[in-house]
Ligand binder design. Structure first.
Ligand code: UN1
Length: 490
């Protein structure tokens, strides 16, 4: 397949072939649980390689577009079966690349399988509608058609599910794809592409180009022959992608950061609320854009919630994600660890009080990785950096509130708007929360994280470009529409 076994070099995939980058350069992928271990190398491509891949995707478009969507769906079904069969192997690679525990990476591969099956079936669903025409004899209808060549830029924190939730809808609606994954997880990306290859996907329909984000990601966004670009990552890069796309008239879709709040009211099931707040904050070591990072807790239950949250956070075991007894793997990279530790430092300097965690873990089993324990702060005020900026690590702030209204106002006082949850048994209050919280994902008595393939996913404000991914919402982005009038000639 795609490796040169002796040095575990993973190649690009263009026109149905595994190819080296023309630069001859490679990027090493390190294990964040054991930084001296190099998992493999991926290609450091340059713009010439990207240009070639885009030209190939463009060339493959007419044939792919002209298959029936049911036929296209069969390729997705076959890919799903292959991924399912290889789930353990791929999960282990993803864990070694970015650190999260095997239970999480295995779950992610299976989520990818479910997404593929959902979109495979999409090939049998509606692609237009019939409208009444003002001319009685005419037929007026709409038909959805592919956008063209789609650029996919995906992050390292969901190395399998996020690429698939972009690639699967792009393909089913008849587009071809150039895929640029985060370099940290380039091998997981190769494994996804390998599954499509084994499923017999026609050559040129899906192309993988690895390389630096500043070169290949930016180049994809800038490329005149890329008709739509779907991006998940940081706000700073997302906005650059949008500007580049607008310049050449490409569609764009951005999924970016979050600063997701929970509100725990006095009538909540406190055990349940504390449990899901900790899960929301700490799963994947907090490296989810949907992670819970602010908990607004009613003063009458504050002490009890605090006690439970700290107990639960302290009970989580940190370590190498391949160990099945571990709950939290390492942070994904040194850069990620430095960012998180700087936020923790800033929290302390600003006067927040640490309830647990707060120091990188020391000792023999931790010294070769980026291990930060669950960290909970209290005495957090609303103007502190740790409440305002996305941390992307296992850090939670507790904030005492006197009323639902006060909590709601603070929950909304942020540039982000991805996910939020309220824990309450009061239906009227839950309804008010649904109406007034400024987020795209709203949970009542649930965790802020999580997504289902059939449901739209996305945020408000600076969390997204207002577009939605997954479910039927994906159709909006990956197709464009024709309005057709048929006039019968008597
Ligand atoms: C989830 O919470 O399971 O990058 C999905 C992210 C989001 C996906 C979250 N785009 O974290």
């Amino acid at each position: 397949m795609q490796t040169n076994v002796e040095c575990l070099s993973y190649l690009n995939y263009v026109n149905g072939q595994w190819q080296a980058a023309s630069s001859g350069q490679m990027i090493d992928i390190h294990n964040p649980a054991n930084k001296d271990e190099i998992i493999g190398r991926i290609q450091a491509s340059n713009l010439e390689d990207l240009d070639h891949a885009v030209a190939i995707a463009k060339k493959a478009l007419p044939t792919w577009r002209n298959l029936s969507s049911v036929e296209r769906g069969n390729f997705l079904h076959r890919t799903a079966d292959i991924l399912e069969k290889n789930a353990d192997e791929i999960a282990e690679i993803a864990t070694k690349e970015m650190g999260k525990i095997l239970r999480e990476t295995k779950g992610e591969v299976l989520r990818g399988v479910a997404i593929l099956r959902y979109y495979a079936q999409e090939g049998m669903r509606q692609i237009g509608e019939v409208l009444p025409s003002s001319q009685k004899q005419n037929i007026l209808l709409t038909k959805r058609v592919p956008v063209g060549v789609v650029g996919v830029i995906s992050p390292w924190n969901f190395p399998i599910a996020i690429p698939i939730w972009k690639i699967a809808p792009a393909l089913i609606y008849g587009n071809t794809v150039v895929f640029k994954p985060a370099s940290e997880t380039g091998i997981s990306a190769a494994k996804i592409v390998q599954a499509f290859d084994e499923a017999g996907l026609p050559k040129g329909v899906l192309n993988l180009v690895n390389g630096k984000g500043s070169i290949i990601g930016q180049g994809l966004a800038d490329h005149k022959d890329v008709n739509a670009i779907s991006f998940t990552g940081s706000n700073q890069v997302g906005k650059q992608v949008a500007v580049s796309a607008v310049k050449h008239g490409a569609k764009y879709q951005l999924e970016m950061g979050g600063k997701n709040p929970v509100i725990i009211m006095d009538d909540a099931d406190i055990e349940h609320a504390a449990e899901l707040t900790v899960q929301g904050a700490m799963k994947q070591t907090g490296q989810r854009c949907t992670a819970t990072s602010r908990a607004y807790v009613h003063c009458s239950v504050y002490e009890r919630v605090k006690e439970l949250v700290v107990k639960k956070a302290n009970s989580l075991k940190v370590g190498n994600g391949v160990d099945p007894t571990v709950d939290l793997g390492p942070l994904a990279s040194e850069q990620q660890m430095n960012t998180v530790m700087n936020y923790i430092k800033k929290g302390k300097e600003d006067g927040a009080s640490l309830l647990c965690g707060g120091e990188a873990l020391k000792g023999e089993q931790y010294q070769s990785g980026y291990f930060v324990p669950p960290t909970v702060f209290e005495n957090v005020t609303h103007d502190m950096t740790i409440v305002r900026e996305e941390i992307f690590g296992p850090v939670l702030g507790l904030i005492k509130v006197n009323s639902f209204e006060e909590a709601l106002e603070m929950a909304n006082d942020t540039i982000y708007g991805l996910s939020a949850s309220i824990f309450t048994k009061d239906i009227a209050r839950a309804f008010k929360f649904i109406d007034e919280i400024e987020t795209g994902l709203v949970q009542i008595n649930g965790e802020t994280g999580g997504a289902e393939p059939q449901a739209p996913f996305g945020g408000m404000k600076d969390s997204s470009s207002q577009s939605r991914e997954q479910g039927q919402a994906a159709k909006e982005f990956y197709t464009t529409m024709k309005t057709i009038t048929i006039t019968p000639i008597p």
